[in-house]
Write a protein that binds this ligand. Structure first.
Ligand code: 4NP
Length: 160
């Protein structure tokens, strides 16, 4: 198995969007038996909550379901359990690296670091307007395809 964890601050906007979109992309690629997906927040502020309504609406508009996702905080065991711990922005990245054991630090990366994207962060849409959520969805779709390509290219070294 290859296990992927998407991480943002609240786990109600960006990382659940990445979670739902990537589950869909993995399914479409026929790789669901091989790639496992989850998401979490560096904060526990929204523990147990469904994704933000604006994220759910934008995702549904593009054909993705996020309704199965519930917010949870990152836990110590995640760094052991997951192969990829992917931060949405630099702030999430530094928060993760601050709590990640040194021997797992190589797993913690920016989500948009796998492709050719001009942007390297998925910006926080929480306090902004609707177009921020549309932008998140589009970045996450591109990032997901690049990540999937990367995982397939590195199949040998990643599989356990
Ligand atoms: P997310 O967005 O990190 O993409 O889930 C946020 C959600 C909630 C808050 C901030 C960002 N908040 O301040 O509650």
């Amino acid at each position: 198995m290859v296990k992927v964890l998407f991480v943002c601050l609240g786990n109600i906007c960006r990382s659940p969007t990445a979670h739902g979109v990537f589950v869909h992309q993995v399914l479409e690629a026929g790789l669901s038996d091989w790639i496992e997906v989850d998401s979490a927040g560096t904060s526990g502020w929204h523990e147990g909550a469904k994704p933000d309504k604006r994220s759910m609406k934008e995702a549904a508009r593009q054909g993705y379901d996020l309704s199965f996702i519930r917010s949870r905080q990152v836990r110590d065991s995640d760094f052991d359990e997951f192969d990829y711990v992917l931060a949405m922005d630099e702030s999430n990245l530094s928060d993760l690296l601050a709590i990640c054991p040194q021997d797992h630090a190589h797993k913690v990366q920016l989500f948009l670091s796998f492709g050719e994207s001009l942007e390297h962060e998925v910006p926080d849409p929480y306090y902004g307007g609707e177009q921020g959520f549309t932008h998140v969805l589009s970045l996450v779709e591109q990032g997901g395809q690049s990540l999937l390509q990367h995982i397939q290219n590195h199949a040998q070294s990643d599989s356990r």
